[in-house]
Design a protein around this ligand. Structure first.
Ligand SMILES: [Zn+2]
Length: 204
């Protein structure tokens, strides 16, 4: 009898452990998917959701947050869009957003986000240097938070895909067509010459 009890306990522990491992592996896959380390991101189960405004989309399960820089060419502003489920816009009503930026020189800058109608949130930044950003939204007492790194607003304003020059984004991220990491585009005016002939070069 005692042995049986012990074995039960062992099996319980085993079950708990395998749960933890599954969770762990899932979160790793998830993280890799978001940051597109290897490019192709064959996340099979996760259907690729495109950032509706060409920004950086972070999937937090129930909610998604899109960070957009350079919206309306405002370099000193960060714009945040909130979505639910399959990119259903969430009204800003009753939601409080706070950002905290850490610049490379160690300066910390905090700001409460302003609302633009019920559509999106804006936060101001006081430098165009590269930064790490934490954003936190309180939605009906539930707090969601995510983290971004940004190379700085002033230095690089347009990112593109080496395979899809027609893709232009105001912030780093993955190509919505092939998942490759976007590269900074230094001379936006030259891209027109490059774009002929190689626009449909898919090798999936
Ligand atoms: Zn691409």
């Amino acid at each position: 009898m005692r042995v049986d009890k012990r074995r039960n306990k062992m099996m319980k522990i085993k079950a708990i452990f395998s749960c933890i491992i599954v969770l762990f592996v899932t979160s790793i896959t998830f993280a890799q998917h978001n940051h597109g380390a290897g490019g192709q991101g064959q996340g099979a189960t996760m259907e690729e959701l495109l950032p509706p405004h060409g920004g950086q989309l972070e999937d937090l399960g129930k909610y998604k947050i899109e960070l957009v820089t350079n919206l309306y060419q405002k370099k000193n502003q960060l714009t945040f869009f909130l979505f639910k489920g399959e990119l259903k816009p969430v009204s800003t009503e009753g939601i409080v957003g706070v950002i905290s930026l850490l610049y490379a020189n160690g300066t910390v800058f905090k700001d409460t986000l302003d609302k633009v109608g019920t559509e999106f949130f804006v936060g101001s930044i006081n430098s165009t240097e590269s930064f790490m950003l934490t954003v936190e939204f309180t939605i009906k007492k539930k707090v969601i938070t995510t983290f971004y790194t940004h190379e700085g607003i002033g230095k690089i304003s347009v990112y593109t895909c080496s395979m899809h020059p027609e893709i232009e984004s105001g912030s780093p991220g993955d190509c919505p067509k092939c998942g490759m990491e976007l590269i900074p585009m230094d001379k936006p005016e030259e891209k027109q010459e490059e774009s002929h002939g190689q626009g449909h070069n898919h090798n999936h």
